[in-house]
Design a protein around this ligand. Sequence first.
Ligand code: EZ4
Ligand code: CO
Length: 404
Amino acid sequence: MKIVSARVSVCWAGRNYVTLLVDTDEGVQGLGDATLNGRELAVVAYLQEHVCPLLIGRDPQRIEDTWQYLYRGAYWRRGPVTMTAIGAVDVALWDIKSKLAGVPLYQLLGGAVRDSVRVYAHAEGRDRSELLEQVGKLTAAGFDAVRVQAAVPGLDATYGVRGDERAESYEPAASDYPVTQIWDTDRYLRAIPGVFEAVRDAYGGDLAILHDVHNRLTPLEAVQLGRSLEPFRPFWIEDPTLAEDQRSFRQLREGTTVPLAVGETFNSVWDCHDLVQGRLVDYLRLSPSHAGGVTHLRKIHLLAELHGVRTGPHAASDLSPVALAAILHLDLAAPNFGIQEYMERPRGWDDVFSVGYRLEAGRMHPGQEPGLGVTYDERAAERLSYRRRYLPVARLRDGSMSDW
Ligand code: EZ4
Ligand code: CO
């Protein structure tokens, strides 16, 4: 069997998505997600110019060898662009292999170890009452795990809070340049314990409460945050410090007992093996889209399993339905799965993607269709052309740049 075509489709389906389509001489097609939010066309060029030509004529069933060929053979390795491109190829080949086998992908990963995948939804508010109302809507819909993000009083935009275009991380602003948010750590640290207290008081002990700090704190500030939240028993605190400064996690571990999640920007086992082996984090958030596909992410998850670290994969809405499907197959089959991120899909997904996965009362299932269970309407996508968009940037009050 041979790959006869490998092409990239970019479309605006509520936001930009990059999809890799791999066709074989036996008519089976595989899909991969190659979306790198805010830097989409870098991956498109990497795929079109350097990777797709190498795929033509290869046996699509040789997944591991193709991964090794693209990773070890390139010499220039790792990094988000490279690993997103390799990830898209890898996911497409797993899609093909499981379609050939006539089974949903999770069957090739050892089969289901659970009946369904627990997901957490996003709640946010411009003020306390809006946040509580949103949490209430989600719990009424059956979610028992919610990520809470609340506007920080005195700041006109806060990470993760919609409604203010300048704070929008999900549907980036339509301006030609990134919008700028002002960040103030002290105000944030003062505000957030009250947010947790209010949610815990209103919704009780059973609700899993998650929170994303988005890399904004120093290790010492993160310890202060962790201690201030301990009484409210967070499910996890995500990215409290810069993910690339791994020494921080030892200090965090020594200073606070809040569970820690990290990894959505990691793209290789080398970004996290010290954290895993040292048991310095509780949940890994890497995705197949940005960490080299199912093949590489599975190895990372197996390493984590050996060291008692669980998974909590990234699946914000900048990851396409192809990515979400791949993640759900992994979640269903991973013994050390913890929880899965879920966001409402942007308007426009349905115009191009059809999915076999299901959501019911806070639980998801990848479905029983062979492969990933996702189809892509290339024709419809052609009419929805790419729009240049940037994620926001953040500055401190004195005008200097902050981490976003
Ligand atoms: O900002 O996916 O946990 N979720 C997140 C996301 C990220 C985006 C970046 O592309 O942090 O909202
Ligand atoms: Co995050």
